[in-house]
Design a protein around this ligand. Sequence first.
Ligand code: B12
Ligand code: SF4
Length: 496
Amino acid sequence: MKVMLINSPNPVGKDKRNANFALFPHMGIVQLATRVRKSFEGEVEVKIVDGGIYPLEKILQQITEDKPDLVGISVLTPSYEEGLKIALYAKESGAKVVLGDDHAIFFPELILSKRPYVDYIIINDVGEQPFVELIESLLGRRTFDRVCSLAYRSHGTIKQNPKKAYNLSDLNIVPDLDFIAKDLNIYSDRYYQAFGHLHGGPIKIVTINNARGCENWFKRCSYCSIADLRINCGSPKQFWSTVDSYHENYGINLFFEVYDSFTASPNYIKMLLDAMPLHIASKIENGDIEFMVYARTRGLLRTNTMEYLRRLGVRRVNIGLDSGSSKMLIAQRKNHTTNETNIEALKLIQQNQMTVHGSFMLGALGESEETAQQTLDHIKQSLTEVTFSSLEISMLYPLPNSPIWDILINFDKPQFYRSKAEIDEVLATMGIQVSEAVRQDIALRYKSEDSFNSEQLRNDWYKNYTHITQDYVQERILEVDRLLEPQRVRTGRNAG
Ligand code: B12
Ligand code: SF4
């Protein structure tokens, strides 16, 4: 059996790319490929194509040449449309098609009912075991009703098998970089062009993922669309053996650990330090191995955290600083984060010789010109406190599975608020009034859809749930871009 795993491209213009856009490989599909090869050695052949670096035409051409039996496509909300084009082409070329990753996880019913060319969906963000079980079914060794986390069609109905919560400590494997060996330099060269000046010498990069989740899981930031925020840590020993083998065999010297928030579990950080092999410690000491992580500023302020991160070799921290207005930080459900805690953390980061990738958002619930100005002032102050590798201000893009999605579309059956009444209270606190007719009209527009017009979604949000216009936001963003240009701070736009 031939399997092709594809990361769907995200064909946005330069003005809509985030600062790290396509600089890193998609490790999720490399993990899946590694697991499939381990489970079906010699029986199943797997290939990977990353739409981050290859355009749609190249991906389709690869399908024509390879004629895979099963095509697995990783789709996020912004890359879903392109994913569908690949799915249709693969189906017409005779392959079975399975979708995975966030967007597919959020809309299995709708996708299967509207897209006859999609055969299966894996509704689990730890996809390895379900994917292996699906292949077993396709090889005739398991019935479809026994494939964990599978959505599929059976006798004219759509079925969803129960989901399981897998622990990374039980099944995380070391993704085999041989699957993307020919592409590794493409990412590293792109990274070097963007950020080489922040590092001493040549840089070879990769993402790794030994833990997932966030300390703000019970509240979740208003724009956070992550499928599962439960804290799920893999083995520290395996973390280091991955780092060691990638460094030795592929010369990787910058590791982007994509744990949703590295500060989520202080215990895990301590365990990593305790398990760190001496030879790695000395490589870190000499600057031969560096790490980049996501973190929350309140987590960074916890006693010893910065010292531990420095000893672990963390040189760059990605932080959602979000706003310079306390009111907007509350609107964004940042959970006790304030502009003061943000500045305090930035100072600490500077003292520890790390750089920051900071992201801000103009367009939270109830955002006004006054709060936007506070954010701009905060950015100017932040620039004097720390070295930014990149700083991006984004427009809010409502993503499914987020509290914003509840406010805009799912208010009758919210996931992250107790009830519609609670949402109404939040709207009143932020001075937002939207008539019931308008709310229902917006909800109707998207409720039964698996694919959305992002411009329209944004218009609906800004027009009804903020006190600013998108034109105003664009002007303010350009103003910051102009401020950053001479400082060699990279800019970008995120979705969220
Ligand atoms: C690291 C990261 C990035 C990095 C690296 C991206 C890359 N090339 O991998 C950067 C910063 C570049 C980035 C960019 C973007 N990201 Co991003 N990113 C993440 C983050 C924090 C971790 C992803 C990760 O690597 N996880 C570890 C790997 C091992 O797991 P995984 O990818 O989830 O894969 C597993 C499962 O999902 C599943 N699976 C995945 N694919 C498939 C396919 C099949 C067939 C099957 C069966 C299973 C399956 O099995 C895998 C193994 O367990 C997530 C948050 C999260 N926790 O998901 C956001 C997240 C995925 N990103 C998000 C977004 C929106 C983007 C951007 C569109 C932003 C932008 N404006 O450009 C771009 C697009 C990237 C792209 N694919 O083209 C959103 C997606 C939300 C949504 N509704 O779809 C998330 C959830 C963050 C959020 N805002 O809440 N991202
Ligand atoms: S956006 Fe980041 S900090 Fe906020 S809940 Fe999601 S993972 Fe946690």
